[in-house]
Ligand binder design. Sequence first.
Ligand SMILES: [Zn+2]
Length: 474
Amino acid sequence: MRPASLAAAAIAASLLGANAAAFAAAPAVDWKTQEAEILARHRALIQIDSSSPPGNETKVDDYLKRVFEVEGIAVKTFALQPARANLVARLKGNGKKRPLLLMAHTDVVGVQREKWPVDPFAAVVKDGYIWGRGARDDKDKLAANLMVMLLAKRMGTALDRDLIFLAESGEEADPAGVGIAYMVNNHFDEIDAEFALNEGGSATIQDGRVTRVNIQTTEKAPRRFRLVATGTSGHGSVPRLDNPLTHLSAAVEKIGNWVTPMRLNDTTRAYFERLAAISPPENAARYRALLGPQPPAEIQAYLAKNEPERYSMLRTSVVPTMMKAGVGPNVIPSVAEATFDVRALPDEDIPKLFASIDKLIADPQVKLEPITTNLRPVAAASKLDTEMYRALVKVSEAMYPGVTVLPTMATGATDMAQLRAKGVQSYGIGAASTESDTINYGAHSDVERTSEQSLYGIVEFTWRAAMEVAAADK
Ligand SMILES: [Zn+2]
């Protein structure tokens, strides 16, 4: 790969003057000449089976370490468990600005081999796609971050801020806290940055072009609790007023149907505003109505029924997910339990929320018990008025003319929660995909794949965004 990349560096150097007006700080890259290496790196990463559990992410680190060291970039590894290490590499800037962190996870979810038409760890290239576990989640971003580091090093790019590369373990399954939690709690100085780019965003292809880029700026915080109803056990032939199943059911019905207060934040407000601008009139009217001072209940109800994910973006959700009670058909049990999954808005006051739930239940026989294991921190949203966010918008518009950029709040959770809680302004990006590919060949699906063009696209996107904020001002 070296000759091609050296040629690229020479071309880039000669193009620098010509492109200076469009991208003041960003050195140009001839992307055609990079494709072979990008593809090879992406495939090599997929071919390392790092499905977790058990993960074995250290095998991925070994590969990255070899690649970095050949290029003269030093790496450090940090491990709570030897087989599940994290790897950090850093390119030094002049210190004018605080670092940019490029983060991707090295583990993937498992596979059911019989459902795959190809070997899930062979990274088969077929019909313009790379097929394999991790092709989209998250080894495309991992390859992109790796390429950004290699290109910056080879081109001798002058930097106003350090570029930090983090390959983190245990994103998919991490009961022991080997990944981001370990890094943030024990080695934060190694990854401390003003900005971070990570998975969590997406881009939509319609009619052959990218029409929408979603930048994840915030996410809901997962919280859980249990309702425990107690009563007197006894024979099923003798009804009792304190039957725990009856009391629990009433509480589950009340809380399950509770319409929590709707509340927008900067991200969701901008999201619905921009979504309205590109939606058919009927949908646009609904989204606009949500932005008013009194969002109509019937429009929220419409979303609850027809667009449940968007409904979830409007509020903290409280959803019953498990129930446990009873030992036999003729036995009244003394205890009945229900588990709830709470997805809280980033600014939610959890103790206050739990107190409201208690009050709503209003039954001394039913107690709310918070579940406190493996909690992600609640953190403020990353801002929309930062150099990084502006760069992401600018690069999206430059690469995909006519595109709409939407800041998004994820209803699920990512490892950016831990970074945001430490004050790192963190943004989720993602490779472009058609809607049908996202549904049929997406992250965690039985058959995962990404198109070659989308792979090259996410590398260029990451490079240009990184250079916008990190390349030295001349
Ligand atoms: Zn992922």
